[in-house]
Ligand binder design. Structure first.
Ligand SMILES: Nc1ncnc2c1ncn2[C@@H]1O[C@H](COP(=O)(O)OP(=O)(O)OP(=O)(O)O)[C@@H](O)[C@H]1O
Ligand SMILES: O=c1ccn([C@@H]2O[C@H](COP(=O)(O)O)[C@@H](O)[C@H]2O)c(=O)[nH]1
Length: 252
C-alpha cells in the first residue's frame, strides 16, 4: 500500500525518532519537562487579538512567543521546503496543515529558544512559551501533550465574528496575508467553529482555560490577560491550592 501524505511528511521531517529524551530539559515521556518548561497555548478565533496580546505578555513575562501560523508561513517561503504548496493551500482555504509538520516546527523552535534565550524564567534549563494559534485541532493537542510538553494554561480570547471580521479586514489593508480577505476569513471561521472550539471545550473540561473577553481595547484586554498569566509564576507557598487555574478572567 502507498504511504499516506502524512506518513511521507513524517518521514521527510524525521518524525519517527521525535520521542526522545533531551538531556538538558527532557523527561522519559516528553521532549521537554513541564516542571521546567512552561507552555501556555493561546487560542481564539481569527482576528480575536491573540498575536497582539502575546506581544504584550512577552514584555511582562519574558516569554518566547511562537506563532504556529508564522512558523508555517516561514516554512512555506523556505526555498527548500517540500511543503510550500501544501501550506499555501491550507492557509488560503483556512484548513489545518497536517499536525506532524506544525508540531515539528514548534518543537524545533522550542529547542532553539531553550539553547539561546536568557533572562527571567530561562535559568537552569527553564523556559516559558506562548504558543499562539495552536492547537487548533484535537490531534495536534494530543500529539503535543504526549510527545513535546504538557501545557500549563490555555488562554482563550473570545469575541464575536463581526468584531473579528472588521479587525481582519483592517489588518488586511497592510498585512500582505493571503488569508485576510472575506472569502478566506469566512472559511477560517468555519474551521474555528467546527475544529478548534472542541479543543477549547476539551481543555475547559480539564479546568485549564482562562477565558478572556477580547472585545474591549488592547490595554483593557491586556490587563486581564496579565493577571491570568501571573498566577502561573507566583511562588508555590503563596499560591492557593484549592482554586483551579480556570477563570472567567477579570482584571484584579
Ligand atoms: N483589542 C483590540 N481592539 C481593537 N483592535 C485590535 C484589538 N486586538 C487586536 N486588534 C487588531 O485586530 C487585528 C487582528 O489582531 P491580531 O493579529 O492580534 O489577531 P489574531 O487573533 O492573532 O489573528 P490571526 O489568528 O488571524 O493571526 C490587528 O490589526 C490588531 O491590531
Ligand atoms: O496549528 C496551526 C496553525 C495555523 N495553521 C494554518 O495557518 C493559518 C494562519 O494561522 P494564524 O494563526 O491565523 O496565523 C490558519 O488558518 C491555518 O490554515 C495550521 O494549519 N495549523
Amino acid at each position: 500500500m502507498a504511504p499516506s501524505i502524512v506518513a511521507k511528511i513524517a518521514d521527510k521531517l524525521h518524525l519517527h525518532s521525535s520521542k526522545h529524551v533531551d538531556a538538558s530539559v527532557g523527561t522519559s515521556s516528553t521532549l521537554f519537562d513541564h516542571n521546567k518548561v512552561t507552555v501556555v497555548f493561546v487560542l481564539g478565533g481569527p482576528g480575536a487579538g491573540k498575536g497582539t496580546q502575546c506581544a504584550r505578555l512577552v514584555e511582562d513575562f519574558n516569554f518566547c512567543h511562537l506563532s504556529a501560523g508564522d512558523l508555517l508561513r516561514a516554512e512555506q517561503d523556505r526555498p527548500d521546503s517540500q511543503y510550500g504548496n501544501l501550506i499555501r493551500t491550507a492557509i488560503r482555504e483556512g484548513t489545518i496543515v497536517p499536525m506532524e509538520v506544525t508540531v515539528k516546527l514548534l518543537s524545533n523552535a522550542m529547542s532553539d529558544a531553550l539553547s539561546k534565550k536568557t533572562g527571567t524564567g530561562w535559568e537552569d534549563g527553564r523556559g516559558r512559551f506562548l504558543i499562539d494559534g495552536f492547537p487548533r485541532k484535537m490531534d495536534q493537542a494530543e500529539k503535543f501533550e504526549e510527545e513535546v510538553c504538557q501545557s500549563s494554561l490555555i488562554i482563550y480570547f473570545d469575541t464575536d465574528e463581526e468584531t473579528m471580521l472588521k479587525r481582519l479586514l483592517v489588518r488586511g489593508q497592510t498585512s500582505g496575508r493571503e488569508d485576510d480577505n472575506v472569502e478566506s476569513i469566512k472559511k477560517r471561521f468555519v474551521t474555528y467553529r467546527d475544529t478548534t472550539m472542541p479543543v477549547i471545550e476539551h481543555y475547559q473540561k480539564l479546568d485549564k482555560v482562562a477565558k478572556i473577553d477580547s472585545t474591549p481595547g488592547v490595554e483593557e484586554v491586556h490587563a486581564v490577560a496579565s493577571v491570568a498569566v501571573k498566577k502561573l509564576f507566583v511562588a508555590p507557598e503563596v499560591a492557593t491550592t484549592s482554586e483551579p487555574v480556570v477563570t472567567e478572567a477579570t482584571a484584579a
